[in-house]
Design a binder for this molecule. Structure first.
Ligand SMILES: NC(=O)c1ccc[n+]([C@@H]2O[C@H](COP(=O)([O-])OP(=O)(O)OC[C@H]3O[C@@H](n4cnc5c(N)ncnc54)[C@H](O)[C@@H]3O)[C@@H](O)[C@H]2O)c1
Length: 334
């Protein structure tokens, strides 16, 4: 099967392209390289351009009329930047996605897998969120994701379009062959900071927020290996029609996580175990907007997609550390 992957030069998109190839499919990439590096699309069918460029999207389908499904991942993704630049986020993530979706309907290419985010959820008691849990996106970024979920629900009700919306929890790790991974120069997410500290690129690791109502006071997340996340997309495209038949509607929302919550302290312990060395850890108050977090109820992913995570937290940490050693060679910076 051929699959169009928008944002396929990005972190998750490049690993998903690899997982598609691994399963015998052919990814076709559309990416503007706004943030994704060119090194991640080498050796793949690649179109450099914008998702809202209808002529380009038409050309891709003229060149590849046998593309059966579009995985729409292209987006701006940096939460604090979305607070400073809401216009750019609503324009790129909402308006441009609408142009892409409408063009796909015009081209009679109705199957869409959409990258949404667990950040749409409201805080949930017990921290376990299933797909029916209340939503309350806390940032412009997360609001763009929820808006697109709502738009897809309306578009699929009114047109031939069909959508599987994947709400990702917290992807970590890299391509198992170390061909791609986290490419931002100074990652701000918690594992990225641990990796930087372990490599002596920052003095230590700071736990921000130790008074949350979790088992040890630190924030809780559901860290899913990016390869498992990529495989969830393969399951979604392979079982697309079957999955929607099963739910009995033209669109559906599916959590993608491991089903296990890991606190920041637990992550640090697992990290030290993989590293074989203790980390220098300091504690600080929470940063403004820090959320206590959640983990996924993954029953629906298993029932509808036949997918579940296979890797554990230590596999994902080891993968992140190995990628950090390889980044220089692939990207030209450490
Ligand atoms: N990384 C996470 O933790 C996470 C969590 C939940 C959801 N997501 C979603 O997953 C998707 C992929 O995230 P990622 O971490 O790989 O991000 P990324 O920034 O690495 O990838 C996004 C890609 O989209 C491209 N792009 C952006 N705007 C474009 C446009 N208008 N036209 C064409 N290409 C464009 C960028 O160049 C980049 O390569 C995003 O939709 C994101 O919202 C990510």
């Amino acid at each position: 099967m051929k699959v169009l992957v928008t944002g396929g030069a990005g972190y998750i998109g490049s690993v998903t392209a690899k997982a598609l190839e691994d399963a015998g499919h052919q990814p076709v990439i559309l990416d503007s390289l706004l943030s994704g590096p060119r090194a991640f699309v080498r050796d793949r069918a690649f179109y450099e351009g914008d998702i809202a460029d209808r002529a380009l999207v038409s050309r891709i389908f003229e060149d590849h009329p046998d593309v059966e499904c579009t995985i729409h991942m292209a987006a701006r993704i940096v939460v604090p930047e979305s607070v400073r630049k809401p216009y750019e986020y609503y324009r790129d993530n909402v308006s441009k996605s609408l142009e892409l979706f409408d063009q796909l309907v015009v081209l009679r290419k109705p199957r869409i897998v959409f990258s949404s985010s667990a950040s749409v959820y409201a805080p949930v008691e017990g921290f376990e969120a299933d797909e029916t849990a209340p939503v309350d996106p806390p940032s412009p970024y997360a609001r763009t994701k929820l808006m697109m979920e709502m738009a897809l629900s309306d578009l699929t009700a009114a047109t031939s379009m069909r959508a599987i919306i994947l709400r990702y929890f917290n992807p970590i790790g890299s391509d198992p062959d170390l061909e791609s991974g986290v490419y931002v120069r100074e990652p701000t997410h918690v594992l990225g900071q641990l990796v930087r500290a372990a490599r002596g690129q920052q003095p230590g690791f700071t736990i921000t927020g130790t008074d949350h109502p979790t088992r040890d006071g630190t924030g809780i997340r559901d860290y899913v290996h990016v390869w498992d996340l990529a495989r969830a997309h393969v399951a979604a495209v392979e079982r697309f029609d079957q999955a929607l038949d099963r739910v009995g509607g033209p669109s559906t929302v599916v959590n993608v996580g491991t089903g296990h919550g890991v606190t920041v302290r637990e992550l640090v312990t697992a990290f030290e175990h993989v590293l074989g060395d203790p980390m220098r850890v300091v504690e600080a108050p929470p940063r403004p907007g820090d959320a206590v977090g959640a983990f996924a109820n993954v029953d629906k992913a298993s029932a509808v997609l036949g997918w579940q995570a296979e890797f554990g937290i230590e596999d994902a940490i080891a993968s992140a550390l190995q990628w950090a050693d390889r980044r220089q060679e692939v990207l030209g910076y450490d």
